[in-house]
Design a protein. Structure first.
Length: 114
């Protein structure tokens, strides 16, 4: 039997901010879709329903529903709605050059004689 999806309860402020993100033309497409996922979950829709409506995989919907649910205990002053919808840090090798070293290399490359 499939696991029951978590019901999300949004405050009026959270709901208002999420709606604003979905309607703002400057919002990134990924962030707007994530906001739609959270809003659909708060309306009691299943992961499958939300996935069908948005043309996403059920795994994507489940990920964002669960991620939002895990952050619900944190107040908006500590972690804004926009920050909650951002990608998590990804693992990988640390950069070989610092930002300062990159600037120095760029400066040398620009001032080198042609």
């Amino acid at each position: 039997m499939p696991k029951q999806a978590l019901l999300l309860v949004l405050s009026e402020q959270e709901q208002s901010l999420l709606l604003r993100i979905t309607k703002c033309h400057r919002s990134g497409q990924q962030v707007a879709r994530r906001a739609c996922i959270v809003l659909g979950a708060a309306q009691g829709h299943s992961n499958a329903q939300i996935a069908r409506e948005l043309g996403l995989s059920v795994d994507t919907v489940r990920l964002w529903r669960d991620r939002w649910a895990g952050l619900q205990g944190i107040d908006l002053e500590t972690l804004s709605v926009a920050e909650r919808l951002q990608d998590a840090p990804r693992p990988g090798a640390s950069p070989k050059f610092t930002s300062e070293q990159r600037c120095q290399m760029a400066a040398l490359g620009c001032s080198a004689p042609a």
